[in-house]
Design a protein around this ligand. Sequence first.
Ligand code: FAD
Length: 318
Amino acid sequence: MKVIDHIKKASGETQFTFEILPPLKGQNIQSIYESIDPLMEFNPPFIDVTYHREEYVYKELDNGLLEKHVIRKRPGTVGICAALQNKYKVDAIPHILCGGFTKEDTENFLIDLDFLGIDNVVALRGDAIKSETYFKPNKDGHSYAGDLVRQIKDLNKGQYLDEEILNTSKTDFCIGVSGYPEKHMEAPSLESDLHFLKKKIEAGADYIVTQMFFDNQKYFEFVQKCKDFGINVPIIPGLKPLATRKQLNSLPHRFHVDLPEDLIKQVIKCKDNKQVRKVGVEWCIEQSNQLKAAGVPFLHYYSMGKSDNVKAIAQAVF
Ligand code: FAD
């Protein structure tokens, strides 16, 4: 079932959902099930599965020269989605990127999803490859998520890249896109970012999932600004419970989000990461309760492969 239909079906009730990432290459799917099993009692209508693009690694040769290898450390997004739909009878939502994909790769990826009965995707640009500073699209790929949304919508109309294919069947994807309450790191201003967010919606995206935030005010202001810009699709808040002291620096660095002073002070007082995890859970419960009271359609948790803290939050909120 599509995300927008889950919203209609819930008739105003906030539902619990979460995102997982594929395990590192070499691990099996059991590790995914072990992190998901404890969360299924909260009846998530869907589970997101992230996509991880290729990276460059350099291996030293006998002659001292370096040889460049292209590897993907976390493959398996589509396989995991199919396995989740089969095992848990839940909708699984693969993320799909511009980065590393030609338009032909994208089309074939979408055909696989369609054949597997997956009818939701989250369409993203993706970041630059780790060893590069700026995002570079594939030679025959998309530069921005909006262009990717357009290709998915074309397929929904039965328009394939090869116009000579006749009697095509139409796909029926519901499309989510990302939104940044604290602005995307490359956007020169929030207004500019909202301008392009609106373009993604006009291209056919059905809903927005936000980057994590730790201050609900930022989310509420973002929702209002979206409305002022004429963006009227559902905006799903993404939440991540803080789990280690190191994240005081790594989360702002990696995701370009601010942490509230009060949260920072509480974390600094902690003696170890066990205490930090507790502070993170309590903070996230407060955020969740306030957002739920405001009537958000879903609370979407970034589980990062660990379910104990997300479970503690879900127990308190749902
Ligand atoms: P876009 O919407 O394309 O925007 C990128 C930047 O370009 C923004 O600054 C925007 O303002 C600007 N822009 C947009 N369109 C145009 C245009 N036409 N002309 C000029 N400028 C434009 N990354 C992964 O690798 N895998 C994942 O699974 C993944 N999941 C994510 C899930 C969520 C909910 C979020 C919020 C992020 C996720 N990311 C993921 C990270 C994401 O790929 C990065 O944040 C990336 O840098 C931007 O992707 P985007 O889709 O937001 O890009």
